[in-house]
Design a protein around this ligand. Structure first.
Ligand code: BGC
Length: 530
């Protein structure tokens, strides 16, 4: 975390701390992988199992009968609140859990919070894989959701804190990369288990979520907590020792002092969420909330959750539907790699704007094809058009995967100043899961009522979010995290109005300005204040 420069003894802004890429940092990457894998697996698995006849027969017989009826509208055969609840309950539980997770990450540390997530995951998986009735199934999903709430709060924080500055952006997108690998893994598993004739394939699909769950739990048991968290909880010496270990050097004094100072400032904020509402913090808050809402309004999860169902609706047949879903899952992973490569070169805005055009066009063309070719009772698309729809879905997903997917998480994590960063992260996760829930719960009904127009609906949102990026989203590429106020917010035509008279946390500290009491001065000794 370079560039804080907050006390007389801390280094000036812009200085990079000494850090090697040590084995412990590599282990942390593997941890991120498992946290992301788990989230991704949960996103990807539900669509496949809800398209499995044996699963439907056991838990949703009404839906099962509808899928057999010839005269029912193509667009409405999966419209069932219970079925949507199976998918969406996870996100509802997750967004509630985020608030508890924000407390445990602060009080118990990042590591223990990840461990809690791991336990929730394991119990959830056991209930799901052995479910005898709908209640067991939904309770299992709720427990998985609690796991997601705790993991998505703690893992990105853990990573940001443990990563050396120069690879923090890359590590951040690595989390999203693992989300996409988790989704693909689930797609592949579903493809295989759908072929199991004796009717328990869905149990294997739900049960294999145990693999990433166990990895996360074991990982959380092995690694040490972050120095930031240890220092925040008053364990200064331990924090310093960990810092030496993860940075692979004894010269950690400047970074240590900055962490101590950062923790002091964070402690001064008695009401983190109220602080977030202060005028000068609102631009980042508006941007983060808007990014999360927009990320979900691209319609990505309509495809992630319900692609097999959607392809089936288009007349693909069960096998071809699952097969197509594997293809779209693979495109998602590969395109995320493109983002890792280009995000610090071409910048965030360029990726978002290019993707806006690509997503808009794909959705409009899909809507036109479906509008013309898939009527309520037709037998679906013939081969050529079917393949074209899959290609267009892939074009849409690839654009999402190098823009709104990773950047929806990256930008909020890099724009908040230190004092509001963790509260900001809670809000970010919560809004994301809330809107994921809304899409999960509403999509099948929307498909039934809007029919092909559903794609026009999402394309309208893509247009709005692209205009938002064009006029309201500042570029954050290459700007040190603690210099955002000076170099980004104060320069923006609109957001600078919110910054009137505010000099930024780093400048505050250097000038001896305390936002609350005009309290501390240049000679401030952070350690004595703890
Ligand atoms: C989103 C998820 C989505 C995934 C798809 C993530 O960034 O938050 O909701 O399912 O990307 O790759």
């Amino acid at each position: 975390m370079a560039g804080g420069g907050l006390s007389a003894s801390a280094p000036p802004a812009g200085v990079e701390f000494e850090a090697k890429i040590t084995p412990i940092v590599i282990i942390s990457c593997i941890m991120a992988a498992t946290g992301g894998l788990m989230f991704g697996y949960d996103v990807g698995v539900s669509g496949g199992v809800t398209a499995m006849p044996d699963f439907l027969k056991k838990f949703f017989p009404v839906v099962y009968r509808k899928t057999l009826e010839e005269d029912d509208s193509n667009y409405c055969k999966y419209d069932n609140q219970g079925l949507q609840l199976f998918t969406s309950s996870l996100y509802l539980a997750g967004l509630t859990a985020t608030f508890f997770a924000s407390y445990t990450t602060r009080r118990l540390g990042r590591r223990l919070t990840m461990l809690i997530a791991g336990f929730f995951f394991i119990v959830g998986v056991v209930l799901n894989a052995s479910a005898q009735d709908l209640a067991m199934l939904i309770i299992g999903r709720i427990l998985l959701g609690c796991g997601v709430g705790f993991a998505n709060q703690a893992v990105p924080l853990f990573l940001s804190e443990i990563a050396p500055t120069r690879i923090r952006g890359g590590l951040n997108i690595l989390f999203q990369l693992n989300v996409t690998i988790g989704i693909l893994f689930a797609n592949l598993v579903n493809y295989g288990t759908a072929k199991i004739k004796s009717g328990w394939g869905w149990r294997v699909s739900l049960g294999l979520a145990g693999v990433p769950a166990l990895l996360l739990t074991v990982g959380a048991l092995i690694v040490t907590d972050t120095p930031n968290s240890l220092i925040e909880r008053g364990r200064l010496e331990e924090g310093k020792a960990v810092l030496r270990k993860i940075r692979g050097t004894d010269k950690v004094e400047p970074e240590f002092l900055e962490l101590v100072e950062a923790s002091r400032i964070a402690k001064e904020v008695k009401h983190p969420f109220r602080n977030l509402m202060k005028r000068r913090n609102r631009p980042q808050l508006y941007i983060s909330v808007a990014l999360q809402i927009f990320q979900q309004c691209t319609g990505i999860n309509a495809i992630m959750f319900y692609a097999p169902v959607l392809f089936d609706t288009l007349g693909f047949g069960s096998d071809a539907s699952l097969y197509s879903t594997v293809i779209t899952g693979a495109v998602n992973v590969v395109s995320t790699l493109i983002s890792i490569y280009s995000v610090d070169k071409v910048g965030r805005r360029m990726l978002l704007l290019e993707a806006g055009v690509q997503m808009f066009l794909s959705q409009v063309v899909i809507a036109i094809i479906l509008g013309v070719k898939v009527t309520d009772n037709s037998n679906g698309l013939h081969n050529g058009l079917g393949i074209l729809v899959v290609v267009l879905v892939c074009t849409f997903i690839s654009a999402f995967a190098w823009s709104w997917g990773p950047l929806g998480w990256l930008i909020p994590s890099e724009t908040f100043p230190l004092e509001t960063r963790s509260a900001g992260q809670s809000i970010t996760v919560c809004v994301n899961l809330l809107f994921t829930f809304v899409i999960a719960q509403a999509f099948l009904s929307m498909l039934c009522h809007f029919k092909y127009g559903i794609f026009l609906f999402f394309s309208g949102w893509v247009l709005i979010m692209s205009l938002f990026v064009l006029f309201l989203l500042p570029e954050t590429k290459g700007v040190p995290i603690e210099e955002m106020t000076e170099r980004v917010w104060k320069k923006h035509w609109l957001w600078k109005r919110y910054m009137d008279g505010y000099q930024g946390v780093a400048a505050d500290a250097i000038n001896g300005y305390d936002s609350k009491k005009n309290g501390h001065t240049n000679g401030f000794d952070p350690i004595s204040q703890l």
